[in-house]
Design a protein around this ligand. Structure first.
Ligand code: KG4
Ligand code: ZN
Length: 338
């Protein structure tokens, strides 16, 4: 079974071919990061136009890398939300055209579910049940994966996503977009105990997150120093901020897993590439006798292989889309039952 995956929700144009759900034959990612960097963030109009330019060459490259022809494709899976509407429409239109012309089924994939499924591509023995911590640029959520097509949302952020907080704080520190990897790097030279930033919603039975207060605390810290004409130590701020986010994420996911007596935890989304998060969560899992999974670095951030993998499991239960499929920029992560 050959699944073609297409991802274009933000600033990566990606096409993948995977065999039998978990074997990656090709996962081509054309990133627009250098283009958006000079604007300090993704410019939606530019992103859509670049996806249009990139989609066909990326598809050709994926077929070449996988050594397959268009006519070998059994089904087409596409991320239809959440994301930037113009960007999503490019992938959705391409997927519909391919599925229609090749006369194969179309599968509509929730991008956030795709992030969780990146774990199945990295760990061939991983199977549900487990708790997934989804931490991306737009979302932060705890999900109970009961089965491949059955899951429930345990909690999510009330305001900013973890990645968004990383990007905003990086911007305040004058670091380029995307800020997460920059903070990760700078934090290695700083003291994580230097500044005591607030941790919101840390009571035991609360699985929701809130990062906007933390972002404001960083703004206040920088402004107060400016008013006193003091120079801040950027590495210390980066390290203290990062530690605060990681402490919150690790605490919430471990408490949820303990409470639900689940022994497996999987990380997902762009922030899963954060080195401190990976290190701290793996330590805590070891202490608590839990198995810890996270996708390989390239599968943490946006890519089409994870979309193809999610699409494969949806197809197994006959969850197909029709030619009326549209982009859903505000698509949420919702409970699903088999
Ligand atoms: O999942 P993703 O590629 O796109 C969305 O679906 O949002 O996530 C991108 C986010 C950005 O906010 C980026 O700053 C963050 O992931 N990110 C990181 C790291 N690498 C990427 N955040 C912290 N540490 C990193 N190493
Ligand atoms: Zn993403």
């Amino acid at each position: 079974m050959l699944t073609l995956g297409i991802e274009s929700s933000c600033d990566e144009t990606s096409v993948a071919l995977i065999e039998n759900g978990r074997k990656i034959l090709a996962n081509i990612i054309s990133t627009q990061i250098p283009i958006h960097q000079k604007f300090g963030g993704v410019v939606p109009e530019i992103a859509s136009r670049k996806h249009i330019v990139n989609i066909m060459p990326v598809l050709d490259e994926a077929l070449k890398k996988a050594d397959r022809k268009l006519t070998d494709i059994d089904q087409v899976a596409v991320a239809y939300g959440p994301g930037l509407v113009g960007a999503l429409l490019v992938g959705v239109s391409a997927a519909k055209a391919l599925a229609f012309s090749l006369d194969v089924p179309l599968v509509a994939v929730n991008h956030l579910e795709g992030h969780i499924f990146a774990n199945f591509l990295t760990h061939e023995n991983l199977c549900p049940p487990f708790i997934a911590l989804v931490v991306s640029g737009g979302h932060t959520a705890l999900v109970h994966m009961k089965d491949y097509n059955s899951f429930s949302l345990i909690g999510q952020t009330r305001d900013d996503a973890a990645g968004e907080a990383f990007d905003k704080v990086a911007r305040l520190l004058g670091l380029p977009y995307p800020g997460g990897p920059q903070i990760d790097k700078l934090a290695k030279q700083g003291n994580p105990e230097a500044v005591d930033f607030p941790k919101a919603l840390m009571n035991k039975n609360n699985y929701e997150f809130s990062f906007s207060g933390l972002k404001s605390a960083v703004i206040n810290y920088i402004h107060n120093a400016e008013q006193r004409s003091e120079t801040i130590n950027k590495a210390d701020v980066a390290a203290s901020f990062q530690k605060t986010v990681v402490d919150i994420l690790v605490y919430k996911v471990i408490t949820a897993a303990e409470k639900m007596s689940i022994k497996k935890i999987a990380l997902a989304g762009g922030v899963a590439a954060n080195s401190l998060l990976e290190q701290k969560l793996s330590e805590e899992c070891r202490k608590n006798g839990m198995d810890f999974y996270y996708p390989s670095r390239i599968l943490c951030t946006d890519n089409a292989a994870m979309i193809a993998c999610r699409g494969y499991y949806q197809a197994l239960k006959g969850d197909f889309a029709d030619m009326n499929l549209n982009a859903m920029p505000h698509l949420a992560l919702k409970d699903a039952e088999n």
